[in-house]
Design a protein around this ligand. Sequence first.
Ligand code: ADP
Ligand code: ASP
Ligand code: MG
Length: 818
Amino acid sequence: MRVMKFGGSSVGTPGRIKHVMGIIADARKRHRNIVAVFSAFEGITDQIIGTSRVAARGDRKYLAGLGAIKKRHREALADLVPARRRGRIEAFARERFADLSDVLHGVFYTKELTNRTLDYVMSFGEILSSSIIAEALQAKGIPCEFLDSRHLIKADDRFGNGRVKYDLTYRNIRAYFRKHHGLQIACGFIASTTDNDTVTLGRGGSDFSASLYGAALNAREIEIWTDVDGVMTADPRKVEKAFSIPRMTFEEAMEMSHFGAKVIHPPTMQPALDRNIPLRIKNTFHPEFPGTLIGRRDTSGTFSIKGISSIDEISLLRVQGSGMVGIAGIGRRIFSALATQEINVLMVTQASSEYSLCLAVLPQFAQAAKHLIEEELRYEMRDRQIDGVLIEPNLSAVAIVGENMRKTTGISGKLFQALGKNGINVVAIAQGSSELNISTVVAKADEAKALNTLHDAFFLSGTKSLHLFIVGTGLIGGTLLKQIAQQRHVLLHSQFLDVRVRAIANSRTMLFDGTGSFLRDWREKFSAGGTAMDLDDFVRRMKALNLPNSVFVDCTASDLLVTKYAEILESSISIVTPNKKANAGKYGLYQKLHRASLKHDVRFLYETNVGAGLPIINTINDLVAGGDRIERIDGVLSGTLSYLFNSFAGGRSFSDIVWEAKERGYTEPDPRDDLNGLDVGRKLLILAREAGHPLEFRNISVKSLIPPALLRAPSINQFLKQLRSVDDTYARARDKAAAEGKVLRYVASFAGGKAEVSLQRVGPEHPCYALSGSEIIIALTTTNCKDHPIVIKGPGAGADVTATGVFADIIRIAHHQS
Ligand code: ADP
Ligand code: ASP
Ligand code: MG
């Protein structure tokens, strides 16, 4: 005997039903006796409930809902059963529609919708789907019988959630199957009371019906056919990377489903477990895939946990008071009070101080639960032993589940570390003594983030996702995107790092991509699908996505973006940027951003602020962290200015060299932005700050390379012409230096708390003497390296090296995060 259950999603359209008929036809080749249990067509149960509620409001619009329900079934029938064979089923459906319309008419007039009536109207969904499918199978030459499960499955009269009378049900099923063989098409979800009233087994209950048939008939296996590849490590609608679990135990499946994994209805496991009949969850749309086998034992144990599930919305009830310690049996009294109204408690936590007790319930029961508890504890409240019951709304419960947890240490540590590193606050926790489940309560807005974070931490053998939000698509941003596209694959396989670009923006356009798959084709996607850039909106959307390991990458030189940095860091989003504006601004801002990154356990990285990709800032940070002191900093910090003075030899004039450098694109569009020395001053300021000195920009003495009059020249061209006026001065300075065996260098130096940027003559003993091209250099004299400063030298400008440096900072964040 084989039991197969097909859920609503498998029978959503006539096309899908034909596909299911193929699966059944195939199974008949292997099994003589089959019970196929069917749910209502996808969405029909919801539609019936919705229509009934409209009728109960006395609103005539229910007729439209009723019309739509009839139409859907008529169309399925017409598609699945050839006209010449339709008579019988059409008559049957007509009668059901007439019944349904009579009952809804009554609901409309009386404006009353009891659970009993609702169960009755809901049953039409399953009755119609199963009878139409039975007819369609027969029409295809597959002999079968339609079986109204209400004749066999008996339950009590708790309408909406009937409790099954197992013995009676099993006896009925066995008696029926002694006389009926072959293929039986049974409706799921519905049963009847001893008075023969229709009662349902709870939403999603067709799975349970199948399990009852399987247990009664001692089936070899119970197959639950749905629209996913089995029970997955997490709800695939919320965790994109969820994958199918090959095997799990009944207990694990029960925990997962109790905690929100809708793929299988919680009570389904019990009958199967009692008779030790394996359950197999299969995908109707991928029938060759083995799916998930749920059985008594599972020794595979590849991962430390089996799955992660969540309940979207819960409320927490907090009972607290200084006198609670002394109250006898408080837990028992609270639970008994809640049980009188059948309020289910999803989780409980109590601090060992017994000062407070927290209970999680579904939000719709929160008010009632509060009243019941306050009523039960009214004398304790009068005597001030208890303050009262507080409701905390808008929360979600997220649980990790698995038998292996029992044997493995460090699971809860990993859980908290992963959540903490991503700024997810844990409101309450509970671990069942079975150690099968660790549950946490988090803000509802953090639910998806928590699920994804935990999924990465527990299942992807250390694979981390990094979600990038890149602003700036110019030279550096564009190069960075190119490098990401090139390196993505390598990072995934060698460093288990999954880099996703979630959004791209420049000053005009922005574009978010749900899958984070901007790659080489980003330019086309960006120009075709973008919307007008709005920084506030960009930041709001980035925050709302609330993805773990999010990084905001600012590849601009904008002041505006900097105003958002604090808010971004406070939202647990890291920042990587070559933009110097924040770190060279007011010291207060510098400090605020660093504190925010520490407080929210995210990173603010800007290695490329000085010396492009060269490891300057990291070296200073490492030295300082190791207890060393930076005593001096000397260096040539601008690649452009390095180039100018390295080329300023022989008979060439200074202004010629500036012209040439500009022509080659080595300078800023207006070379004065290099020659005024301010950029070098900002870099020195940042380095001094990194070395631990709270300087402001005004504390840096910057000697411009050109006089103020030239700085004020009305245009770039006029400036370049006027630049000839300094040629003589520079020629003299060069000759003087040469006479002493020295060269001219624009040196930034910081020593004894004083910072200065100026043109200097340096001899061969000076670290800045031997430079070529646009090399930059920095020498760090520290307490531990007094005689031989640490020297870092290399290309200090260029889109490629800068983008590489930005990329390196991004990767560093992955290693910091869980
Ligand atoms: P059916 O119509 O077959 O009864 P359901 O919609 O009741 O199907 O259940 C299947 C759905 O359950 C899936 O489409 C998926 O979105 C959801 N789901 C939630 N958690 C999980 C999980 N851990 N594994 C698989 N599916 C899950
Ligand atoms: N049709 C019912 C529901 O939607 C039962 C089921 O699908 O299992 O809840
Ligand atoms: Mg279901």
